[in-house]
Design a protein around this ligand. Structure first.
Ligand code: CP
Ligand code: NVA
Length: 308
């Protein structure tokens, strides 16, 4: 039984195996309709709980479809409708769900809550986003980069804007997959120091600055995300214009990167804020491939956790 809580906690060889297996599953599905099961469905007889304490479109649908195509079944639970929302402890919720369910995926606020759930559950736990990381998203992003451009090892990834949960998981991946990372954003929106330290200690070159052009220069991949995450207060119009707009990913910024650079965003996007529609709908954008690969890579993560 294995948990998937952070990319930094899974060895590189295992992460690469998970992505290779996702690629195989994706290839094998070619031509099938969404409702058809995979030919190598390994979750038959397995029941998965999908717990959401924050909104979701992609994570909810991609996990549900992943489980179903692999022959299993899922139960979707919203925190506000559970006793968790009325004060039942995480530890007791973990013990209870473990009596009914084979695996728990959770999207929540505090990262420590995921560890607490994993500590008290007797089934695997998968992190479907916390305030400080989003590992399933970045596994899909690495898969997407590599299927379009080859190995990400040694490449330069530039992150623009807010150093948030998704950015932290990218830094974990920099350490595990051996790429370099350049961050440019306002000084009070820097990524987590632990994630930066992890990437550096693993041998990645990490630049932290507030010059968007310097970060984007010669980048192989430009990434951004919403300026305010679900757990953040909304930014005022003044903050958006003054603080964040210099880090908007637009055509001028993309032109600083390598000519074959890709653009990624985990979505949902705020068009004309962190990214212009011209870039998001342009030829370098891989945003909807990232979305699709959530499905394939999460099947692989579920199988890895369950050892099937
Ligand atoms: N990218 C992502 O996790 O999207 P959702 O919030 O829609 O799940
Ligand atoms: N950083 C965003 C990611 C959404 C998928 C958030 O946490 O709201």
């Amino acid at each position: 039984m294995r948990n998937f809580l952070n990319i930094s906690e899974v060895p590189s060889t295992e992460l690469k195996r998970i992505i290779a297996s996702a690629r195989d599953m994706k290839n094998l599905r070619s031509g099938r309709s969404m409702g058809e099961p995979d030919c190598d469905a390994r979750l038959s007889g397995k029941l998965v709980a999908l717990v959401f304490e924050k909104p979701s479109t992609r994570t909810r649908v991609s996990f549900e479809v992943a489980v179903r195509q692999q022959g299993g079944a899922s139960v979707v639970l919203y925190g506000s409708e559970m006793q968790l929302g009325r004060g039942e402890s995480i530890a007791d919720t973990a013990r209870v769900l473990s009596r009914y369910i084979d695996l728990i995926m959770i999207r929540t606020y505090d990262h420590e809550a995921v560890y607490e759930l994993a500590e008290h559950a007797s089934v695997p736990v998968v992190n479907g986003l916390t305030n400080s990381s989003h590992p399933c998203q970045i596994m899909a992003d690495i898969m997407t980069y590599e299927e379009k451009r080859g190995a990400i090892k040694g490449r330069r990834v530039a992150w623009l804007g807010s150093g948030n949960n998704v950015c932290n998981s990218f830094l974990h991946a920099a350490g595990r997959f051996g790429f370099n990372f350049a961050f440019a954003g306002p000084t009070d929106f820097q990524p987590g120091p632990d994630a930066v330290a992890f990437a550096r200690a693993s041998g990645s070159k990490v630049e932290l600055g507030s010059d968007p052009v310097a970060a984007a220069a010669n980048a192989d991949l430009i990434v951004t995300d919403a300026w305010a995450s679900m757990h953040d207060a909304e930014l005022s119009d003044d903050e958006k214009l003054r603080k964040m707009l210099p880090f908007q990913v637009n055509s001028d910024l993309m032109a600083k990167a390598r000519p074959d650079a890709l653009f990624m965003h985990c979505l949902p996007a705020h068009r004309e804020e962190e990214v212009t529609s011209e870039v998001m709908d342009g030829p370098q954008s891989a945003v909807f491939d990232e979305t699709e690969n959530r499905l394939h890579v999460q099947k692989s993560i579920l199988r890895w956790c369950l050892g099937v």
